[in-house]
Design a protein around this ligand. Structure first.
Ligand SMILES: [Ca+2]
Length: 128
């Protein structure tokens, strides 16, 4: 089990090092990412949004401004989690920590699952 708190891990680079945490050997269907501390409920946890790689930097996890707006969806389609699987086979997991539907590098969570396909909704825990 992996547990995160708001402010723990971000996209981008500081002083040459990636700001996000990387998880190796994450096993979909076995391991869980615990997001219960964020208090997501309702439509936000109905599914995990799967985004294309467009505008996402496969090295730094940064999201271009053009894709950041509604990165997690909007209205009834707004989700707590969005994933992007890179051409190299890693998956970035983004968490909309401030629940506004858009991605902000200094606010929303970014974690890289190394050599892992996109996790499913069941791979996340939203309630304690
Ligand atoms: Ca956000």
């Amino acid at each position: 089990m992996v547990k995160y708190a708001a402010g723990d891990s971000f996209a981008g680079v500081t002083a040459g090092a990636n700001n996000f945490d990387s998880i190796t050997a994450f096993a979909t269907g076995t391991d869980k990412i615990d997001l219960s501390s964020f208090g997501f409920t309702g439509a936000s946890v109905a599914s995990v949004r799967t985004n294309a790689t467009t505008g996402v930097n496969a090295t730094t996890g940064e999201v271009a401004a053009a894709q950041a707006s509604n990165f997690f969806g909007a209205g009834g389609d707004q989700r707590a989690v969005a994933t992007v699987t890179t051409a190299g086979g890693d998956t970035f997991v983004y968490v909309d920590a401030n629940k506004d539907g858009s991605f902000q590098a200094g606010t929303d969570l970014a974690v890289k699952l190394v050599a892992t396909a996109a996790p499913a909704l069941a791979d996340f825990t939203f309630t304690a």
